[in-house]
Design a protein around this ligand. Structure first.
Ligand code: ATP
Ligand code: MG
Length: 568
């Protein structure tokens, strides 16, 4: 393809709306353009990349027996009402204003289940894996970070339909391995975490994550054993302190001005591990006092699953006063004004010699014994794991806490949608059962943007051969003046094409500097630098974009060399 003839609008300046590298580079390299908040147009080079990603996804889905559908984005709202998701999705669901009763699909569980209900009647019709690569619409409240969070985006979504739990396990495992292949083939470095299952009823689910400072998720990862978990469920190897020998009785003491654990540590010389912080939550309308060690942060997701709670929130100031008799900073488990459930973090098991609030403003109590002075109804892992703590897999390595972007999600749905929509089948005994389902999603744009986040420098992107818009960039230098350079460049372009390589030939009447900059910005894996001096020696220069490595090779060996570099 001749560069002079294609639409490839590069930008020298970084557009002000773009904050993160992938967004800046996708705009600068002419891959996408923004049409509105969270709405992007793919330009031709960007769409070439998207098609390559979609093809990899398609091949891997076909390899696990997936059958490709293409479902409408326009959906009757009744189906969404039947599963309760009009309400659950709230503002994220786009409603059509001038045609009542239609919504734009943010995902397709409902529609798949609708078709399953129509045509799946017997265990003999199962299992099935149905997928599509299609446009999704979500009215994201804060579309940002370019295509990473769009209001319209492309998702591969698939759904497994099974007759048994074992069948679902098998379909889920197939997806897990297909997903690994998809990311590996695309060239993404990723890790997998078990997602928080609290609100979902405990079914298995995994998220595929890409480490990035711009990620909206936080994960704890161990680089030694590969442990990775969403911070909502991550744990570390810390254990409770030994009981201390001096078990004196409780004693109230004045702590004017001490409102935080740090005030106690610094102002009253109390070691952090002797402090028990009290936090009060209203959990499903009931007050719960939660004790954490020192400055440990309460993890709400862990609290929610420990108490199997539906709704929870921190108590307000007035409620605190009513329950404990004191304001935040002076509350504790001993002598509550109103009885409340008391639970504690595992690190406080059997604790004694502890300091906590006295439920009287400006006072604390020392020598508190958790086994003597009040009743802890249960102990749980309730703390937020922190960077630097040891991995809980006994590998002795320090955990890192990183931001990450979710690129995919696999989820055992069970019978939620099939029950709601009446999609049932007759099992071998003739009994009617709801179909057991799984749901699996991958964001196409997220793969592209995450790839760029991991593979770029100041000058531009470096694509992997698998998803590069073209494989080879031939830069014909000064071809207006140098006939021989033009001839050799054209011949090489033709030979590349004959060898099955996709080639972009920069035949423009631009300076070498402009060509080098554009080539580095676009980031095709191999650059062929065709300059007269080398050509007169029968040679050509190759540059590997990712490493910057340069090689001067004989012209008639160039194609073999390029294929070697690309490994295709
Ligand atoms: P997030 O928590 O980031 O909003 P999600 O949990 O809503 O993601 P799913 O509903 O599981 O995402 O969708 C499956 C996949 O679709 C995600 O793993 C992600 O790759 C992609 N995706 C979801 N929302 C968007 C979006 N607004 N823009 C681009 N891709 C998205
Ligand atoms: Mg979302």
């Amino acid at each position: 393809m001749k560069q002079s003839q294609i639409f490839f609008p590069t930008l020298k300046e970084v557009p002000t709306e773009a904050q993160i590298p992938s967004h800046k580079l996708m705009l600068r390299a002419g891959l996408v353009r923004q049409l509105g908040a969270g709405i992007f147009s793919y330009l031709p080079l960007g769409y070439r990349i998207a098609k390559k990603v979609m093809n990899i996804i398609r091949e891997e889905m076909d390899a696990i027996g997936g059958q490709e559908f293409h479902l409408p984005a326009l959906n009757p709202i009744e189906i969404w009402e039947q599963t309760g998701r009009v309400e659950a999705m709230g503002d994220v669901l786009f409603h059509i204003k001038n045609r009542e009763g239609l919504v734009l699909a943010p995902t397709h569980e409902e529609i798949i289940t609708f078709h399953a209900r129509q045509h799946i009647h017997s265990y003999r019709d199962l299992p099935q894996i149905w997928y599509q690569i299609q446009t999704k619409f979500r009215n994201e409240p804060r579309p940002k970070s370019g295509v990473l969070r769009g209001r319209q985006f492309t998702m591969k979504d698939s759904y497994s339909l099974d007759a048994t739990r074992e069948g679902l396990d098998a379909s889920y495992e197939k997806h897990a391995s297909a997903y690994r292949n998809i990311y590996s083939r695309s060239g993404l470095k990723f890790f997998v975490v078990g997602a928080s299952s609290g609100a979902m009823g405990g079914s298995a689910s995994q998220e595929f994550m890409v480490e990035s400072p711009y990620g909206e998720d936080t994960c704890a990862v161990c680089d030694s054993c590969g442990y990775a978990a969403n911070i909502e469920v991550a744990s570390s190897a810390l254990s409770a302190a030994e009981r201390i020998a001096d078990n004196n009785s409780t004693e109230e003491f004045a702590t004017p001005g001490a409102r935080s654990i740090n005030d106690l540590i610094n102002g009253y010389n109390i070691p952090e591990e002797r402090c028990a912080k009290s936090v009060v939550y209203i959990v499903d309308s009931k007050p719960v006092l939660i004790l954490m060690r020192g400055n440990d942060e309460l993890n709400e997701a862990k609290l929610q699953s420990a108490l199997k709670a539906v709704n929870l929130r921190p108590a307000e100031a007035a409620e605190l006063l009513e329950i404990t008799g004191a304001n935040a900073g002076s509350i504790g488990p001993v002598g509550l004004k109103t009885p409340a459930l008391i639970i504690a973090d595992n690190l406080l098991r059997d604790a004694n010699g502890m300091v906590s609030g006295a439920n009287r403003d400006g006072f604390h109590i020392r020598n508190i014994d958790f086994n003597r002075d009040f009743t802890v109804s249960s102990f749980h892992d309730l703390r937020m794991a922190r960077a630097g703590e040891q991995c809980s897999n006994d590998c002795g390595n320090a955990l890192r806490v990183v931001n990450a972007i979710e690129v995919g999600h696999i989820f055992k749905l069970g019978t939620k949608y099939s029950s709601a929509l009446g999609a049932t089948f007759l099992d071998e005994n003739g009994t009617e059962n709801p179909i057991i389902m799984g749901s699996y999603g991958i964001g196409v744009e997220r793969i592209i943007a995450c790839f760029i986040e991991q593979n770029h420098d100041d000058k531009g992107i470096f694509w992997s051969p698998a998803i590069a818009p073209y494989h080879v960039h031939i830069l014909g230098l000064n071809i207006k003046k140098s006939e021989i350079t033009r001839e050799v460049s054209e011949k090489l372009a033709q030979q590349c094409a004959e060898a099955g390589l996709e080639v972009l030939y920069d035949d423009r009447d631009e300076s070498p500097g402009v060509k080098f900059n554009d080539a580095d910005l676009l980031g095709l894996p191999v650059q062929v630098i065709a300059g007269e001096r080398n050509i007169k020696d029968g040679k050509i220069e190759l540059k590997i974009r990712a490493t910057g490595e340069r090689k001067t090779v004989e012209i008639d060996k160039a194609i073999d060399e390029i294929r070697d570099i690309l490994r295709i």
